[in-house]
Design a protein around this ligand. Structure first.
Ligand SMILES: [Zn+2]
Length: 232
């Protein structure tokens, strides 16, 4: 499986020809509303994104991008969209036809192309927000989404993953580096990568202490570069 960090909480996962985009924040709409400017551009041209599915964790602008989604819709009329309740409703308000949108209830497992997608608990300010277990090619990924530290994150289902993608920015109802390292030490993934950093100067964190903490716990880690693909 090929994985590309799209910045913030966004990822492109490729299995065979199938392309799953999670939480792509393409536009600069957070700047218009909150005066938070992007520190780097979206790392792919829309013409290179080619998503079969846009899956979102929750209905905040840096995850369900109300200016970016219509651009994807215009470029890729066959793309599908999926997310939990508030996100589902937001996709419909953006004019995506109901037939192209899938509601992902909490704790549901759904199949999209080669991917099995399971929504899992997250503790965030969108009460319908979730994290995801993403499985394909025999590999298992836990993507935290935006979430505070909460004991309910640490369950059997999120244990022993091939990859944990975890927020470390420590602001606005998200875990900080120490919280995320508690999850790593408890759940013992093979590799853990820090995310939800680097996009806004006001809401970022240094990935180095997280990477060092993972390595000290025997877990592979590195600081991702937006747009630079890696293999799982
Ligand atoms: Zn966020």
């Amino acid at each position: 499986m090929k994985i590309t960090w799209l910045g913030q909480g966004g990822f492109l996962l490729e299995s065979g020809k199938y392309r799953l985009a999670v939480d792509p924040y393409l536009s600069d709409c957070v700047f218009k509303k909150e005066r938070l400017a992007r520190l780097h551009p979206f790392p792919l041209a829309i013409s290179d994104l080619k998503p079969d599915l846009v899956l979102v964790t929750h209905d905040h602008m840096d995850h369900l991008d109300p200016e970016g989604i219509p651009l994807i819709r215009a470029a890729y009329p066959d793309c599908r969209y999926a997310g939990p309740q508030r996100s589902y409703e937001h996709f419909l308000r953006l004019g995506i036809p109901e037939a192209s949108v899938t509601l992902v209830p909490m704790d549901a497992t759904l199949s999209f192309g080669p991917f099995r997608v399971t929504s899992v608990f997250a503790a965030h300010s969108d009460p319908t927000g979730c994290g995801y277990l993403l499985e394909a090619e025999g590999k298992r990924i836990y993507l935290s989404g935006d979430t505070n530290y909460d004991g309910r994150l640490l369950n059997e289902r999120t244990k022993g993953m091939d990859l944990m993608l975890i927020c470390i920015n420590g602001k606005l109802n998200n875990m900080n580096c120490a919280d995320a390292l508690k999850c790593v030490r408890s759940q013992k993934p093979k590799r853990a990568l820090p995310m939800h950093i680097g996009l806004f100067a006001e809401n970022t964190a240094d990935p180095a202490p997280f990477v060092a903490g993972c390595r000290a716990a025997g877990v592979d880690s590195f600081a991702m570069i937006p747009g630079k693909e890696f293999e799982l």
